[in-house]
Design a protein around this ligand. Structure first.
Ligand code: SF4
Ligand code: SF4
Length: 96
């Protein structure tokens, strides 16, 4: 097999500012950009914890008589509302 004359990838030839890589985590949380938020009907919630089980970012929090949401980290995906067997969660638009 014929050898390559020069290395296929030579990192030393890439200018330092060509492809900047993020090295600092953003201080933004999902609550800063979410468009919909979950609201639980406290009378319908039976504390089955299905919403807690399905939430992909684990922002469902247990209250003494219902389950609620940490709105700083909730991204508004609506999975909890889809999965709630009691239809106790409504997704409402964030105020502009
Ligand atoms: S899934 Fe619905 S009924 Fe079950 S704990 Fe969550 S909000 Fe309450
Ligand atoms: S909307 Fe999505 S991120 Fe927010 S509580 Fe429901 S499942 Fe979790």
């Amino acid at each position: 097999m014929k050898r390559q004359a020069k290395p296929f990838f030579d990192a030393t030839r890439i200018p330092g500012d060509l492809a900047p890589i993020a090295t600092e985590a953003s201080p933004m949380l999902p609550g800063d950009w979410r468009t919909l938020r979950p609201v639980v009907d406290r009378l319908k919630c039976v504390k089955c914890a299905v919403c807690w089980l399905y939430c992909p970012v684990q922002c469902v929090v247990e209250k003494p008589r219902w389950f609620d949401f940490n709105l700083a980290t909730c991204k508004g995906c609506g999975i909890c509302a889809q999965e709630c067997p009691q239809r106790a969660i409504a997704m409402i638009e964030e105020a502009a």
